[in-house]
Write a protein that binds this ligand. Sequence first.
Ligand code: GLN
Length: 485
Amino acid sequence: MPKNYTLKQCSQLLQSKQISASELAQEYLNSIEQNNSSLNGYITLNKEQTIAEAKAADAILAQGSANALTGVPIAYKDIFCQQGWRSACSSKMLDNFTAPYTATVVQNLLDVGMVTLGRTNMDEFAMGSTTESSFYGVTHNPWQHQHVPGGSSGGSAAVVAARMAPAALGSDTGGSIRQPASHCGITGLKPTYGIVSRFGMVAYASSFDQAGPMAQTAEDCALLLNAMASFDQRDSTSIERQQEDYTRDLHLALNGLRVGLPKEFFGEGLSAEIRSAIDNVITLLKAQGAVITEISLPHTELSIPAYYVLASAEASTNLSRYDGVRYGHRATEFANLDEMYSKSRAEGFGNEVKRRIMIGSYVLSHGYYDAYYLKAQKLRRLVANDFQQALNQCDIILSPVAPTTAPVIGSHDKDPVQMYLSDIYTVSLNLAGLPGMSIPAGFDNKGLPIGVQLISNYFTESRLLGIAHQIQQHSDWHIKTPFSS
Ligand code: GLN
């Protein structure tokens, strides 16, 4: 059975010299060797590089100049460029692409001495909710292998749940950190838009995309966010603000905390088992002195259409750069330049990505721009306003992450719209740019994990993480592993 260390425990073992960074990395590489072939969580490994980074961390630890994260291993979603590593975004289009530079978030973690274990599977270009659209095949849910791990950061969620990494990075455009975290029984945070650099993270929908930590606990997410967040001149939407300590509210008292339940999130379509898991969290919060209030997010039902119009529009422009000229896949046979473009794109992109490009090109085209794109922008504002009104009445919003637990592999093959609809509880937050978390809250009758979502106001990650940590201090859902159940 793999080692069951949290990121914090890894840090303590390293600091107290009970284990070296090289030994710790080797333990995880052994666990990957034993478990990855049945899960397909990692799609790229480079053991020599991992060991070399671990040795460098050992030298820093020996000098006594180490950070809390020095020598702690981590896995990266394949969306982050990392110099010398294939960074394919799980697409055939970038299968031959070795990144010539490193994403700022990855660099920040390398700078504190974290050790790269490998790169994790995802939906192609982060478009999807199941990790089934990957060029490298589906990732299996560690709890039940015939189920998906969620998506698009399904590989990151699966390797943390299967203890093949103490933590991983994911990215969240419309739920891709929170939903796979929920489906795999781990903790994930999507930060406020702009506090984590997007430089070097392959773009899907730039006004939504945000990187975030995925780990066993809220405390681990706080430790990671401390190292990840930074102002970055190379990202025009990066926010310049003072560095914060995101662990500072971990001991927060929940007494008097106002928790809002959005009535629109508890209607038709929500599984009864998920509703009852939320009720258990409500009971826990009340026992700690929190006050529960009903709130309203009246434009909830418009968030899915608004999100899919805007995200597809941005995707269609972002993905126009893949033309077979400078990098990525190029068709081998073509008669002229136009044919080279079209054949390279036809061969390099999978079906879901092509669908998004077509939707995006349509809603941006002359004659439809006002009817769809502009309308969706207006809806985006209404959804954001809903949250601001609601967050005047409560400190935090508690909600489901997804309407069901992880579906069986292949469930959405014939009906992509069904998959889009499953994003109902996650996308609105990205429309508003707000931070949100998924934390474990129990299991369904098949033994599949259930997560709950916590949403708070802009730049209040520290309190959000504190509340999540307090819930975890009073429950044991996050401690369960696929091996112990
Ligand atoms: N499922 C959503 C989509 O397909 C969200 C994906 C994401 O957050 N990257 O667009």
